[in-house]
Design a protein around this ligand. Sequence first.
Ligand code: RIB
Ligand code: CA
Length: 318
Amino acid sequence: MSKGPTFLYDCDTGIDDAITLLYLASLVRAGEAELVGVGTVHGNIDPLTGALNTLRVLEAAGMTEGVPVAVGAPRPMAQDVHYALDWHGTDGLGDTHLPDPAGRPVAESAPAQIVRLAREMPGELTLLATGPLTNLGAALLLDGELPSLVREVVVMGGAFDHPGNITTHAEANIWHDPEAADLVFAADWPVVLVPLDATHPTAVHDDWLDRLGAHDGEVAQFAARILKFYEVAYTPTLKRRGAVIHDALAAMLAVDPGLGEYVHRPVRVELRGELTRGTTVWDARSLPAEDVRRPVKVAVGSDVAAFQERLLTAVVSL
Ligand code: RIB
Ligand code: CA
């Protein structure tokens, strides 16, 4: 079996990022992917806390060696920083206030780590991004050749035929740094975008959550514990007990693209709209001939049952 993607993971470890790290750890353990590093960024929480949370999760999953965790941008390129404490808790892991990890972040910044690893492994990296795109935007500014060095960029973010979740139109990861996101969608590299249109239908509810909670493994109990806060935060939106583990869908579509349904269109980010700043915009007509942007592969749906089963199986397998 092919070894699968070689991931460099950029995230704002929060709760669904944490579950995604557990999923990636299960893939690495099964020899179905590699994880060569993690970078953290402002968003759900500050990037240093996000890095310590990432180390907590990797250690809980038994991945204590060989995955450098680099702290990235503490704020967006052109607006004030904003944390999603209501959704992820004051510690980014559902107010569980877990003990400090044994490991520490590396000295290298997350954008510098992206550039270095892309140059060390030209054409190999799948850059998975499930937080604001500030680190990727900074890396693009640091190294103009970066798009030609990366195999694929997979981003959780955006909303098209779906309401926003941080403003009426904008999804959180894009809204947190619209300028950086537009740099990512304008660059000449293959981007897969997994927006709320695809992630919201994958919401897990009582059955999935109870099956996770019924597993007595330490990692399953860790996951169930940090998800408790997220379930409560999501219940008003979902109108029943549940949670949307957005980031894990982006990771799973990177591993098995066949689970998704896609359209290919150039994507832009509204930067000036008073009501719409941070909104992802695609041209739903036939592609204007003058559109110079490379089309983005936008996920508009997925095999929800397969996603939910594979994610649960992965988490309880650790
Ligand atoms: O809009 C959902 C995204 O915002 C997820 O990545 C979640 O972790 C938050 O960062
Ligand atoms: Ca995230």
